[in-house]
Every structure is written in C-alpha cells, then in structure tokens.
Design a protein around this ligand. Structure first.
Ligand code: GDP
Length: 360
C-alpha cells in the first residue's frame, strides 16, 4: 500500500501547508488571525476563506489577490494555506505543543515594543525541538511613535511613508530584537534582506490592527513552504492525522476534532485512536465541517461529507470516543492492515506525546 501511495506522489499535487501562530501572551496572535481572515469569515464564503474545525483555510486565490501589490510573479503551487486557530489562552501548554507538532511552518509573534518575552522563548524551544520552520512576525509596528497608517500595505511601501524618526525607532528596536534572537542562538534578519533563508530566520514587520506587512507575511509563508517543503507537501493516500480536541457535542455525543494533514478520510473508515485505557478501535460515523454560513454555524449545524481530502480541520463522530486522548495520531485500518499493528503504532504516539508535554 505504501509503495502504491508513494508512486502517486507528484509535485503537481500538493496539499496545503499547515501553519500555526505562536508567541507570548498579548503579542497579537488572535488579532493577527482576525486580521488575515478579514471580515470574510463572518460574511460567509467571500474571498473563499473558510472556517474549519480548529482551523481557517485560505485558498491560494485569496492569497494571490492580497499579495498583488508585492508583484510576486512566483507561481502559487499549493492549493492554499491552513492556519490552526490556537486558543488565545496561554495556559494550554500542551495545546500549543500539539499545535506546533503538526505544523509545517509557524508564525512566531513578537511585540516590537517588548521584544522577546518568556513565552516567546518557550515557543522557540518548542519549535527547535520539533524542527519546525518558522517566520517571525514583528507585530504592532503601528505603535511606533508617529506611525502613519497605510492600511494593508506591503511593509516596504509603508516604511517609506514614515518620518525619519519613526524609521530610526524601528531600526533600533529591530536591531535590539535581532540581538535578543542571537542570544538564543538564532540568526535573524528582515525578510527582504535575508539572503540565507533556512540559516537565518526571516522577520516580517506587521500590524494586526492596520494590516501593514500582512501581504508580505502571507506571501512569505506560501513561498517558503512550497520552495523548501515540496517533498513533505506532496499529497499521498497515506493518512496523517492528529487529534486536536475531544469534545462532547449535544446531539452528537463525544466527538474528536482532528487535523487531517495528509490523505483522505471516508465515512465508514475503521480508525484507531489513543484512549485512556488503551487503543480505541471504531468506525467513522460522520465527517463534519462547520456550516459555511455563520447564522447556521451558531445553531451548531454541520455539513456532512462522504470523504475529505487533506489538509483540513474535521470533526469526527464515532462510537466509543469518550476516553480518546488529544494530541495523538489517528490511524486508518486499511484492507491489508493488521489491526493489532495499528493499535501498537497508535499507543507509541502516546509515549511521544507525554515526553513532549513534559518537555514543554
Ligand atoms: P494574543 O494574546 O497574543 O492573542 O494577543 P491579542 O491578539 O489578544 O492582542 C493583545 C492586545 O494587543 C489586544 O488589545 C489587541 O488589540 C492588541 N494588538 C494586537 N495586535 C496589535 C497591533 O498590531 N497593533 C496594536 N496597536 N495593537 C495590537
């Protein structure tokens, strides 16, 4: 099965990269997500942005539209970008580690007025441990004294509009923050000056309030992932799926919210997930995504799917999920698979997860 799945892999069939937003409390993670979503999500399907389970999906078309001013002639080869909606509350250390574990790339948000803070360093360590690529959003540039708003403008254009004083304050704060990264053993540089991406981390100045630098951030995420992660982003039939949350939903019972990283899930698939008392073997009863219309979403109605293709955030209903454990993998039992082997693989995840939570 693996061979067959691998032979289907191709550079012309990529899945969406998965991105998470990390950083210290109050640096603007929630606001950044709101800002890149715009009002589109509230209004339904405008711009093609869709609210998924635990994630927001940005189609390539939307990203192309918003980065037009950057004149990036580079072709967008990925279908879009899936951004994980990490909770605003930073007490969920394990949630953050789960979020970063399944991500292809992260946005590490730093407040330009505060520099590196304790949870910035914590996030950094988590990213290093997981070998996750990331870019730095140097957020709240609009708080520089005297900043002139240039709504949603590319950062170089916005910076040219600023007075000498603002530019100097920006430069001195940037230099300070680059030094702070250096103290953590990391080289970093403004993204448009960065000639050694991969060795040196890219910094994108942003404002989540007025949108300066947001086009740059979106383009960098997509270009960087499709340039360096093609192999990882090739679509395959081999399921790669992580349980983000276990939730009781009225009328549905215990459900699991998963991020389908790669492969296709079908209604009726036999699955194995980690449980408190050992592996849970069950069958997918329903594959659900939120209703595209906000009014209907509030009433808790979902769209049912016969099958769903990665990358997506999905809610799964099935029997016996009461003791499922978040942060672990979901496996599908294929026609040629031995359930016992899969049960063993599933529980192996459990051990890894404990180590990661402990380490974070
Ligand atoms: P989180 O804890 O990292 O999710 O931070 P939030 O997104 O909740 O933002 C914390 C506070 O900073 C809120 O009052 C936001 O309105 C504010 N904020 C976030 N981003 C910006 C920004 O780019 N500029 C300014 N001026 N304020 C911001």
């Amino acid at each position: 099965r693996t061979k067959e799945a691998l032979s289907e892999r191709s550079e012309d069939n990529l899945r969406s990269p998965i991105c998470c937003i990390m950083g210290h409390v109050d640096t603007g993670k929630t606001k950044l997500l709101d800002c890149i979503r715009g009002t589109n999500v509230q209004e339904g399907e405008a711009g093609g942005i869709t609210q998924q389970i635990g994630a927001t999906y940005f189609p390539a078309e939307n990203i192309r539209e918003r980065t037009r001013e950057l004149k990036a002639d580079a072709k967008l080869r990925v279908p879009g970008l899936l951004v994980i909606d990490t909770p605003g509350h930073e007490s969920f250390t394990n949630l953050r580690s789960r979020g970063s574990g399944l991500c292809d790339i992260a946005i590490l948000v730093v407040d330009i007025m505060h520099g590196l803070e304790p949870q910035t360093i914590e996030s950094l360590n988590l990213l290093k441990m997981r070998n996750t690529e990331f870019i730095v959003a140097l957020n709240k540039v609009d708080r520089l004294y005297g900043w002139k708003t240039c709504k949603n403008a590319p950062i170089v254009k916005a910076m040219k509009m600023q007075s000498k004083d603002v530019q100097m304050e920006f430069q001195s704060r940037l230099t300070q923050i680059i030094t702070e990264f250096k103290e953590q053993g990391l080289n970093s540089e403004l993204y448009y000056k960065n000639k050694e991406m991969g060795e040196t981390y890219s910094i994108v100045p942003t404002s989540a309030i007025s949108g300066e630098g947001i086009p740059d951030m979106l383009l960098l995420l997509v270009q960087w992932t499709q340039k360096t992660m093609v192999e990882k982003l090739m679509f395959t039939n081999e399921i790669q799926c992580t349980v983000l949350e276990v939730k009781v939903i009225e009328g549905l019972g215990t459900t699991i919210d998963v991020v389908l990283v790669n492969g296709v899930l079908h209604e009726g698939d036999q699955i194995v997930v980690c449980g408190m008392q050992g592996p849970i073997v069950t069958t997918i009863r329903a594959l659900l995504t939120p209703h595209p219309m906000k009014e209907l979403r509030i009433k808790g109605s979902y769209v049912h799917h016969k099958e769903l293709k990665a990358a997506q955030g999905v809610k799964i209903t099935a029997q016996g999920l009461e003791h499922a454990i978040a942060g672990t993998g979901l496996y599908v039992v294929g026609p040629d698979d031995d359930v016992e082997d899969i049960k063993e693989a599933t529980m192996q995840d459990m051990k890894t997860r404990d180590i990661l939570i402990y380490a974070s």
